[in-house]
Design a protein around this ligand. Structure first.
Ligand SMILES: Nc1ncnc2c1ncn2[C@@H]1O[C@H](COP(=O)(O)OP(=O)(O)OP(=O)(O)O)[C@@H](O)[C@H]1O
Ligand SMILES: [Mg+2]
Length: 173
C-alpha cells in the first residue's frame, strides 16, 4: 500500500464558509440539515482528522433523512460502504480510510452509485482524481477549545442554492 501523499484531505476547501460547531449537538444539527438537503447524485466529501466528527455528522444526516432518530448507523470503517433507503433517495455512507488500493474503489460501485444515490464519503482523498468536481466539501477541524469548526466549500456550485440553508449565517468566503 502506498502512503497517501499531499491530498484533498490536507487542503482546506477553497472559498469555504466557516461554521462554528461548539459541541456534538451542533455537529448533529449540521448533519440533520445536510440530510434534509441531499439530492440524487450528490457527493459530500467529509474530511478531517481521525475523531473529527465525520461519522457523527453522517449519522445525523442519515437519521434525519430517514426520519428515524434512533436508526443504527454503524461506522463503515470496516465494511467501507453502508447503504440506506430513504423514501425518495438512496444514501451511501462510505469510509475509505482502509481502502488498500485506489483501484479497489471501483469495486465498491461508487461511480455507479453517483448516478442516483447521494454519497457521504469519509476520507474522500482516497478517491484521488475520481473525486467528483461537483461535490460539497465539508471539512471538520478541531477547535476552538473542545469544539469543531466546519469549513464548507462548493467548488463547482452544485450547492449554490442550498448553502445558506445548510450553513445559515456562516462566514462567507
Ligand atoms: N462539534 C463537536 N465538538 C466536540 N466534540 C465533537 C463535535 N462533533 C463531534 N464530536 C465528537 O468527536 C468524536 C468524533 O467521532 P467520529 O467517529 O464521528 O469521528 P470521525 O471523524 O468519523 O473519525 P474517523 O476518522 O476515525 O472515522 C465523537 O466522540 C463526537 O461526539
Ligand atoms: Mg468515521
Amino acid at each position: 500500500m502506498t502512503a497517501p501523499g499531499p491530498s484533498a484531505q490536507d487542503a482546506r476547501p477553497v472559498g469555504a464558509r466557516r461554521l462554528a460547531l461548539p459541541d456534538p449537538a451542533a455537529t448533529r444539527a449540521l448533519g440533520a440539515r445536510l440530510g434534509a438537503l441531499l439530492r440524487p447524485g450528490d457527493c459530500v466529501a467529509l474530511s478531517g482528522d481521525l475523531g473529527a466528527g465525520k461519522s457523527e455528522l453522517a449519522r445525523a444526516a442519515i437519521r434525519a433523512r430517514l426520519g428515524d432518530p434512533r436508526l443504527e448507523v454503524p461506522s463503515p470503517t470496516f465494511t467501507l460502504v453502508q447503504t440506506y433507503e430513504a423514501a425518495d433517495l438512496e444514501i451511501w455512507h462510505v469510509d475509505l480510510y482502509r481502502l488498500e488500493r485506489p483501484e479497489d474503489v471501483l469495486e465498491l460501485g461508487v461511480e455507479e452509485a453517483l448516478a442516483e444515490a447521494a454519497l457521504l464519503v469519509e476520507w474522500p482523498d482516497r478517491l484521488g482524481p475520481d473525486l467528483p468536481a461537483a461535490r460539497l466539501d465539508l471539512r471538520l477541524e478541531a477547535g476552538p477549545g473542545d469544539g469543531r469548526t466546519a469549513l464548507i466549500g462548493d467548488p463547482a456550485g452544485a450547492w449554490a442554492d442550498r448553502l445558506e440553508t445548510l450553513a445559515p449565517g456562516a462566514d462567507g468566503p
